[in-house]
Design a binder for this molecule. Structure first.
Ligand code: SAM
Ligand code: MD0
Ligand code: SF4
Length: 366
């Protein structure tokens, strides 16, 4: 009986019909192994339809770990004296990014805490702009920026400097939970920044955390919001408790929850990018994330570069497991292969064109 219901919903998803909120919640609530396997299989089928066996890889350069914010889940929140702080130079960022480019990644993700050094004044913007220009011209790769909330002027300048993506995760689309997770931050400003980025031609990534007190309803609501904002990349990360933070005593959730969210995202957004992040468990569980339908591996970090992760500050980095060579076996075991650089460029080129056309239509209507 229940298998019939599951099959009906999965058939609907396979035929790319819109799933209702109740159906999304039903899939997220599955607990039986066989039933969950059916969900993952459909997710892989849909990934195959749009991406074949091809996987994209993202290098991660956390260039400043200083932050003015107090997100309760984050190791780098301003008041965490345990937090490992550094701000690298443009030359150091270029060196790490070039190493990542040589290793075969398709994109460089330039990430920082909300560091006042870059956000405070005109000279900060100039430095950020130089960083983007230099990393782009030296690696010849697409660039994602993940600097937290940025004013519109910054987005315009950094897009002009060559940034292709703006990543800024809401974490949840439940406003009350947002204000507990990101105290003192404005829900709307964070969401509007992404909308603005999209309007000026940047690709955007939206994301949620799981294991932070969200309900099934909240997750379903996030899927709707991700759909409405038209994010080209959508992610979920399992919460990892961090030393010295208000959530240090919380548990990290069972990974099945994240895997089911990845799979449901694939059903709802079959043609979008969905990461399997090395920043949650290192290389462990990477295969499970790929088996659930992810098609990007993120958070490659060069060993002994002094650079940190976010949720796992050092796990697997110096062991070389967060390198392209370190994950080859898993990619192979998953029956997948690394896409050519030109295939990634083609994907983002097509998405930018689609977004440009939609923006044109919106402007005509307005
Ligand atoms: N400072 C920028 C910002 O907050 O948008 C960029 C940093 S971004 C890499 C930080 C993201 O990592 C958060 O948005 C959150 O989704 C994730 N993250 C941070 N701390 C985490 C934790 N303890 N467990 C899991 N994910 C975490
Ligand atoms: C990751 N550590 O991909 C990175 C980071 C920011 N755009 C991404 C959270 O997991
Ligand atoms: Fe700062 Fe980003 Fe961490 Fe929040 S998640 S404390 S904005 S680095």
């Amino acid at each position: 009986m229940i298998m019939k219901k599951i099959d009906a919903i999965l058939d609907k998803a396979y035929n790319e019909q819109i799933l209702s909120e109740a159906e999304v919640k039903f899939l997220l609530d599955l607990r039986d192994k066989k039933e969950i396997s059916a969900l993952f299989l459909t997710a892989r089928d849909l990934r195959q339809r749009y991406f074949g066996k091809k996987l994209f890889l993202y290098g991660f350069v956390y260039f400043s770990t200083y932050c003015r914010n107090e997100c309760v889940f984050c190791y780098y929140r301003a008041s965490n004296s345990a937090g490992r702080r550094y701000r690298i130079t443009v030359a150091q960022a270029v060196e790490s990014a070039c190493g990542l480019a040589d290793s075969g990644v398709h994109l460089i993700d330039l990430t920082m805490g909300e560091d006042s050094f870059f956000l405070k004044c005109e000279s900060g913007l100039k430095k950020f702009e130089t960083l983007v220009t230099q990393v782009k011209s030296n690696t010849n790769l697409p660039i994602m920026i993940s600097p937290g909330l940025l004013p519109e002027e910054y987005l315009t300048v950094l897009s002009g400097a060559g940034a292709d993506w703006y990543a800024c995760y809401q974490e949840t689309h439940n406003r009350e939970l947002f204000s507990r997770l990101r105290p003192g931050q404005d829900y709307d400003r964070r969401f509007l920044a992404k909308q603005h980025a999209k309007k000026i031609g940047l690709l955007i990534e939206e994301g949620i955390l799981t294991g932070v007190g969200e309900s099934g309803n909240d997750i379903a609501m996030s899927m709707n919001n991700m759909h409405d904002i038209g994010a080209q990349q959508v992610r979920v990360m399992s919460f990892n408790p961090q030393k010295g933070t208000p959530m240090s005593g919380w548990f990290s959730p069972d990974r099945l929850q994240e895997l089911q969210i990845i799979a449901v995202m694939r059903l709802i957004f079959p043609e979008k990018l969905i990461p399997a992040s090395l920043d949650i468990d290192g290389v462990k569980n990477l295969k499970k994330r790929l088996d659930a339908g992810a098609n990007v591996i993120t958070s490659f970090i060069p060993p002994f570069s002094g650079l940190s992760g976010v949720s796992q500050i050092d796990l697997d980095i110096n062991e070389g497991n967060r390198t392209v060579d370190g994950v080859l076996r898993v990619i192979d075991e998953s029956g997948l292969e690394i896409a050519r650089a030109s295939e990634y460029l083609q994907w983002i080129g097509t998405e930018k064109k689609k977004a440009g056309k939609k923006n044109d239509v919106c402007e005509t209507v307005v």
